[in-house]
Design a protein around this ligand. Structure first.
Ligand code: ADP
Ligand code: MG
Length: 355
């Protein structure tokens, strides 16, 4: 099986399963509520090594609708998976340093958004991270700490400013040979938005879309009350949560050290890499969860803010009207941005709410 931006280690899959379980529990804790709720149409499958879980609370949802959703995911992968020979992103990468490649409108939009977040985060988020993702091989059988010499050489290829975008022809050009776009930090979010748009077009109003823990909660529960979404405990693989969040029509996306990693000689190396050091980002954070309207933005922001760290990350989120965040630090403090204080419930005594 080929690797893709959808690919995850088994630990993440476990946490995804348990998160889905939690949503199930949370929505049935109130028995009266559960009795009046319509049972959802559900589908859960592995696609490109990621667990996709869909729960649509509408009796009109059919297997044909589910098939159409799967088709949309396959199309996104065929366009945006850098490791799939012939995908649009693969073509752009193959032509690095040589020529521009015209891509579909959607691929262009995702790359443009990624480059915008790279600029907004001062380069902490960088979609040209591909060369060092390859060297670390996290999520592959050959995961290992790269030689410094190789890392230094690969880092010369990383710089979002060397991506040229032409909106009129949807052409993308990577200026240096050896550059490689990697949309792993944004494409799953985009995919969740595509599914939500599709369900909305079908006039479905209440659904939980979960792509490997990247959650989009559409509308409210069928009885009109908010969803309760479990927030992963970053210290635990087993899907234990540190709290729950009440939301209506929001996406909840987490980036954390626990999602994909490997261990070597007693050190743990995770999958969010610093374009400045070439090593996994090491700051005061264990995880950051973004709560906002569109999942593509949430996905890009979660990786950006994780890379920025607590102080800069908080400023980044507080400066925007459209997003909230939950930061979990290595000293087990939970920091909430101002819009979440009423809707977050801490459920785990191992963590304290910071003042
Ligand atoms: P997940 O995919 O586990 O949900 P993220 O959304 O944070 O987590 O994306 C991490 C992925 O993004 C990595 O596996 C890699 O493909 C890519 N990536 C790693 N570091 C960066 C970075 N600094 N900027 C942009 N993309 C990154
Ligand atoms: Mg992300």
């Amino acid at each position: 099986m080929y690797r893709t931006f959808f690919s995850f280690g088994s630990k993440l899959v476990m946490s995804a399963i348990l998160l889905i379980g939690l949503i199930g529990c949370a929505s049935t804790t109130d028995r009266k509520e559960a009795a009046v709720s319509t049972a959802p149409a559900t589908e859960r499958y592995f696609i490109f090594d990621t667990i996709v879980s869909l729960r649509v609370y509408d009796e009109r949802m059919t297997s044909q609708h589910f098939d159409e959703v799967r088709g949309l995911l396959e199309q996104i992968d065929q366009r945006m998976n850098r490791l799939l020979a012939g995908s649009e992103i693969d073509q752009v990468n193959q032509e690095a340093g040589a020529s521009a490649v015209s891509v579909s409108e959607e691929t262009f939009k995702v790359v443009q958004t990624a480059v915008d977040y790279a600029a907004a985060s001062g380069g902490h988020f960088d979609p040209t991270i591909g060369p060092i993702v390859d060297l670390w091989g996290i999520d592959s059988e050959h995961a290992d700490v790269p030689e410094d010499r190789k890392l230094t050489a690969a880092m010369q290829k990383i710089d979002y400013k060397n991506v040229t975008l032409d909106p009129s022809s949807h052409a993308i050009m990577l200026k240096k040979k050896g550059m490689s776009l990697d949309l792993g930090a944004i494409a799953k979010g985009y995919a969740a938005d595509v599914i939500a748009d599709y369900l909305q077009q079908q006039d479905f109003k209440s659904a939980i879309i979960d792509l490997g823990g990247n959650v989009l909660a559409m509308g409210a529960k069928p009885n009109g009350s908010p969803w309760n979404i479990g927030i992963q405990d970053p210290g635990e693989q087993r899907g234990q949560h540190l709290g729950t969040l009440e939301v209506v029509n929001k996406t909840i996306v987490t980036s954390g050290v626990y999602e994909r990693f490997f261990e070597s000689e007693g050190n743990v190396y995770h999958h969010i890499l610093s374009p400045f050091t070439g090593y996994p980002v090491d700051n005061d954070l264990l995880s950051v969860t973004i709560v906002t309207e569109t999942s593509m933005d949430a996905d890009a922001m979660s990786t950006s803010v994780f890379s920025l760290g607590l102080a800069e990350g908080r400023r980044f989120i507080e400066s925007r009207d459209d997003a909230e965040a939950i930061f979990v630090t290595k000293d087990h403090q939970i920091y909430l941005t101002s819009g979440l204080t009423e809707t977050f419930n801490r459920t785990n005594d191992d963590y304290q709410l910071a003042e």
